[in-house]
Design a binder for this molecule. Structure first.
Ligand SMILES: NC(=O)c1ccc[n+]([C@@H]2O[C@H](COP(=O)([O-])OP(=O)(O)OC[C@H]3O[C@@H](n4cnc5c(N)ncnc54)[C@H](OP(=O)(O)O)[C@@H]3O)[C@@H](O)[C@H]2O)c1
Length: 281
């Protein structure tokens, strides 16, 4: 099986392309960064899917600057909605499956228990609206497609919360972290392996795939420092209101993995266990 990866220079794209052979389950992966495949060009999407005779496309390319999207909503829409339509059309035309990676930001964050796949969406940010528009494009094109919502992604190949906390711990005596936003950290490795398993099946549809379990950013930071063996830095819980940002963050965005279980897939491991594995890696 031959799988094309869009956004191959991003955090998740790089993880997919660097998975050890044993984890690739016999599939060959071909990655394209923005330079090799700009998803805003339908022509490029068609050319690449056709030329490489892809059996599936894992679509990781996205406009992911959540705060900046508030002042650049058109650009975010062009990439996240129109770009997703382009790749969905190309995949359908040439008989490839599509895996579209979406986000917990499609929800408004007012829940108090994990969001189910079928729960009502209500994005509160330009990023969330454009990613949801991407989901709708995938559904409208109607090929053999999977939509996979994930959250709080970190890994070896990008800037992320884990590395930010580790970096701050080297230079600060005290770190303030919000303790009133809850969600599920997701290690790119676990997500990448799930996406590859999924792409090999025909169990199309909408999935939630994040690290299992729920925590606050503060609890996540505490676990990071614990695993990094940092004891001389004071971690101080604070409120979201103390850190206003252009794009409001969901207060609660844990995702229930109902479809993973119903379709008989192995669930992603607990976020705490995954974090320790990441720190060891
Ligand atoms: N990170 C998270 O916490 C998180 C949470 C939930 C869902 N997600 C979703 O997970 C997916 C992967 O995220 P990530 O963390 O790997 O993001 P990332 O590191 O920002 O990677 C996204 C990649 O997409 C590329 N890209 C942007 N516009 C493009 C275009 N027009 N054509 C082709 N490539 C383009 C970017 O290239 P440039 O570097 O050139 O801009 C970047 O390499 C995205 O769909 C994101 O929405 C992420």
């Amino acid at each position: 099986m031959r799988i094309i990866v869009t956004g191959a220079n991003g955090q998740l794209g790089q993880e997919l392309l660097r998975l050890p052979n044993a984890e690739r389950q016999g599939v060959s992966l071909l990655g394209f960064g923005r330079g090799g495949l700009d998803v805003t060009s339908l022509q490029s999407c068609r050319e690449i899917v056709k030329r490489y005779q892809a059996d599936a496309v894992i679509h990781c390319a996205a406009y992911t600057a959540v705060d900046k999207a508030e002042s650049e909503p058109d650009e975010a829409f062009r990439i996240n909605a129109e770009g997703t339509r382009n790749i969905a059309l190309a995949a359908k035309e040439f008989g490839a499956k599509l895996v579209y990676v979406s986000t917990d930001y499609v929800f408004d964050g007012t829940a108090s228990e994990p969001y189910k796949e079928g729960d009502a969406t209500k994005p509160r940010t330009a990023y969330g609206r454009t990613k949801l528009a991407g989901e709708r494009e995938v559904q409208a094109v109607g090929g053999r497609a999977f939509i996979v919502r994930t959250s709080w992604v970190y890994g070896k190949y990008g800037r992320n919360f884990v590395e930010t906390i580790r970096g701050l711990a080297k230079t600060q005596d005290e770190i303030r972290v919000v303790n009133d936003q809850f969600g599920s950290p997701t290690y790119t490795r676990d997500l990448a392996e799930f996406l590859i398993r999924l792409a090999q099946t025909d169990r199309y549809g909408l999935y939630h795939a994040s690290g299992s379990g729920v925590c606050s950013w503060y609890q996540f930071a505490r676990a990071i420092l614990e695993d990094a063996g940092v004891r001389d830095v004071k971690l101080v819980p604070c409120a979201t209101a103390d850190h206003p940002r252009p794009a409001p963050r969901p207060a609660y965005s844990a995702l229930e993995h109902g479809e993973i279980k119903r379709q008989g897939f192995e669930d992603l491991r607990h976020w705490r266990e995954a974090l320790s594995a990441y720190m060891r890696d």
